[in-house]
Write a protein that binds this ligand. Structure first.
Ligand SMILES: [Mg+2]
Length: 348
């Protein structure tokens, strides 16, 4: 995409840093009264009222966290925002502001950075968050993106990882494993393309899982839904590294064990079909595939009637005493100890 020779490209040096920041941010709208001052002074100003402030940050490095040969820059901008908002929602909080810092090498013209910012802006508009600052600088090689998200919540609404209790139900939003398999499909197509640049990939059977990889959506709706249902989770985390390692964070911090039931794991039919095609175990992918950005939480068993049958939520197990360990109950009714395998462990 960056190799398109027909289009005029503008070098970043022409604009200068402040010209570039102004150029990139002038069309961003503000959505929150808590944003007192955004871009344009030495620092942003946020009014905190009587709520707690939630802050999270994430650094993405080209070649480590993303590959621009199949990740369009607009998608990358969108996803970089999602990764951060997901952490805010995992605290049962509202995301309100972001700062965006980028470092780019001189292989990126202005038009490429504009694409990146188009994705960031789409995310800001869709999720109603305000871009309030950041930094742009040059790198000797590749691109780095660092985003900080700021949110707020009433003290009594915030949900931490350490509140799960034995008998609590373990619940997950959406479905699992799609983002990881989407990445496998994109990697395969990249290799085919390297051998035969004329090849036209047919990706019709993979649209859902590719979208899960390239354009994930943070679950802003889940804290809102839970409030409507009058359910406050006892613990919560977002699934960035795979279900297994996330439930282990909850159990370790809550000093509990857990039982997860294999037959309860929510899998999209495309995940099942593609796992078979890749000769991979879909349960393994749900447990260890990453980047789904769903929310994993625990609720008191007394709240079961309020969440039961909700199409957005699956009850996948329950919390146990710590000495019972962290286990997966298979379809054959065998108990296997859960292992903390991040999604990288699935790759050779
Ligand atoms: Mg997280």
């Amino acid at each position: 995409m960056l190799e398109d020779k027909n289009q005029e490209k503008t070098s970043l040096a022409k604009l200068g840093e402040f010209g570039l920041i102004n150029h990139l941010t002038k069309h961003f709208k503000m959505h929150h009264s808590s944003t007192v001052k955004g871009v344009g002074d030495d620092a942003a100003v946020i009014s905190s009222s009587n709520k707690e402030i939630i802050i999270t940050t994430d650094l993405l490095v080209e070649g480590v966290h993303f590959d621009l040969s199949y990740m369009p820059l607009k998608h990358l901008g969108y996803k970089a925002v999602m990764v951060n908002l997901s952490d805010v929602y995992a605290m049962n909080a509202t995301a309100e502001q972001i700062t965006v810092s980028i470092a780019v090498s001189n292989r990126f013209p202005l038009e490429a950075i504009e694409e990146l910012y188009a994705g960031i802006q789409l995310a800001c508009d869709t999720y109603k968050v305000d871009l309030i600052g950041g930094d742009t600088t040059s790198s000797t090689k590749g691109m780095l993106i660092s985003i900080t998200a700021i949110g707020s919540a009433k003290k009594e609404d915030i949900v931490y990882r350490n509140g799960a209790k034995p008998t609590d139900l373990i619940v997950v939003s959406g479905d699992l494993g799609g983002a990881y398999l989407g990445l496998q499909v994109l990697e395969r197509e990249k290799q085919v393309f390297q051998v035969n640049p004329q090849s036209q990939p047919d990706l019709d059977n993979y649209t859902y899982i590719i979208e899960r990889q390239l354009k994930p959506e943070a679950r802003k709706d889940i804290p809102i839904l839970l409030k409507e249902l009058e359910v406050k989770p006892t613990s919560m985390i977002d699934i960035s590294d795979g279900l297994s390692s996330e439930i282990m964070h909850i159990c370790t911090q809550s000093k509990t064990g857990c039982k997860i039931y294999e037959d309860k794991l929510p899998l999209d039919p495309q995940v099942i079909a593609t796992s078979e095609e890749f000769n991979m175990d879909s349960t393994m992918i749900a447990l260890s595939g990453g980047e789904d950005y769903e929310l994993l939480f625990t609720v008191s068993i007394d709240d079961y009637d309020k969440i039961k049958g909700n199409p957005n939520l699956s009850v996948i197990g329950h919390i146990t005493e710590e000495n019972e360990g962290m286990n997966l109950v298979t379809r054959a009714n065998q108990e296997i100890e859960l292992k903390a395998q991040g999604w990288n462990s699935l790759q050779e």
